[in-house]
Design a binder for this molecule. Structure first.
Ligand SMILES: Nc1ncnc2c1ncn2[C@@H]1O[C@H](COP(=O)(O)OP(=O)(O)OP(=O)(O)O)[C@@H](O)[C@H]1O
Ligand SMILES: [Mg+2]
Length: 303
């Protein structure tokens, strides 16, 4: 389907075993097109960070290979480092560096001339709403502010491929939106962006395509719409467990004393909502979400 796109990242059979026993990745194949925002979703421990660390040449795969803009992570990691910038999952800006120091020095280190470095640092700090705080030492900043300073440095790098491991964890709603729009803008300029997140609304909002991985294996790749289609239901209705006869429904997820009932067609959804309202119980039918698809595909508990 993507034959008319140029590929930025091609991973083939990537496996990683830590300490001769933990098999974090089991033959991952994945292609990311140039100029797209690509999101990796997966439960804790699925292998997302391991995968990104291999792509950014911090870690060697046990088997398989990947190319970034044509260079192999196994054979030519040095060449890759010029083309990528990464926000690691756990990294926090600290010490007495300021956001300006991070962004500006990062640009100089990557070989930009001084005027370009200044311009790129300024643009990125403004995009991350860090411009007013550019001269404040990071050690005296909040967690989210530190995180934004690091994201700004990566954005400033102007690298053709940017990798961000849970960039928005700990960011407020406004900060998250800023990251999303900045990533979308950069992708529109032709940058390739690969990120991870646990937030389904984020994945839906920011990605062109996404992949769900679990236990080191690829479960599904596609657009949000394509992935939602994998759930054979159209609607979900949340009801108190005590109010319904469970035997009447085939697909139910239990959340404590509440049930999420999945329904295939409009009539069944309307019927259930009407039944609840008659009893004076609040209920509404909502379309299935990416989260429903995720829970199902990544092995949620179904009753
Ligand atoms: N340095 C390491 N040494 C040994 N095992 C590791 C190491 N790093 C990760 N693992 C294991 O590899 C598996 C994948 O970890 P990874 O960090 O890639 O998951 P993740 O998908 O990023 O999870 P999270 O959503 O929690 O960040 C896990 O079982 C983890 O315990
Ligand atoms: Mg991780």
């Amino acid at each position: 389907m993507n034959h008319n796109h140029e590929s930025a990242i091609i991973a083939k059979g990537i496996s990683k075993t830590y300490d001769k026993k933990t098999q974090a990745l089991k033959g991952m194949d994945l292609t990311v097109n140039k100029g797209e925002v690509f999101t990796i979703l997966g439960p804790n421990g699925a292998g997302k960070t391991t995968f990104l660390r291999i792509l950014c040449t911090q870690l060697m795969p046990t088997a398989g290979d990947a190319t970034i803009l044509g260079d192999s992570v196994v054979k030519n990691p040095e060449a890759i480092r010029n083309n990528i910038a990464m926000v690691p999952q756990d990294a926090m800006a600290y010490a007495n560096f300021t956001p300006w120091d991070y962004a500006h020095n990062f640009c100089l280190l990557r070989g930009m001339d001084k005027p370009t470095a200044k311009k790129k640092a300024e643009e990125a700090l403004k995009a991350m709403l860090m411009w007013d705080m550019r001269s404040k030492p990071c050690q005296s900043m909040s967690g989210g502010e530190k995180r934004r300073a690091l994201i700004a440095a990566t954005i400033a790098s102007d690298a053709p491929v940017m990798m961000l491991d849970e960039p928005t964890s700990g960011l407020d709603a406004i900060g998250r939106r800023n990251v999303w729009s900045t990533l979308r803008e950069r992708a529109a300029q032709g940058k390739t962006i690969i990120l991870t997140t646990h937030m389904m609304d984020e994945a839906e909002m920011v990605s062109d395509r996404l992949a769900i991985i679990n236990k080191g294996e690829l479960i599904i790749v596609g657009t949000t719409a394509e992935i939602k289609k994998q759930v054979p239901f159209k609607y979900r209705v949340i009801v108190p467990e005590s109010e319904i006869d469970k035997s009447k429904f085939s697909d139910i997820t239990k959340i404590g004393d509440r049930l999420v009932i999945y329904l295939k067609n409009d009539e069944d959804a309307i019927e259930l909502v009407r039944e609840m309202l008659k009893k004076g119980v609040q209920a509404e039918a909502a379309p299935v979400t990416l989260e429903d698809a995720f829970v199902r595909l990544a092995g949620g508990e179904l009753l």
